[in-house]
Design a protein. Sequence first.
Length: 82
Amino acid sequence: MNRRQQTILIAALVIVAVMLLFPPWHRSTRIGGREMTFYQGYHYISKPMPGYCRIDVFALLWPIGVVCLLAFLAYFEFQDRS
């Protein structure tokens, strides 16, 4: 593993760690017999939003997947060709 590959892996790990520390939150409520979901933004994980807010798992996982995919592609792009 060369220096560029190490940098790519460290950068990907830092980005994923920040994404996990500040997840997206949403609140679901029933209005007029219909389930409504309201986006509540990104907030620190140890300070949950007041009320019935939950982490929006799909909105958290797909960007993590994109970061992992891009890191995987960049890792193999920068490998030494000997």
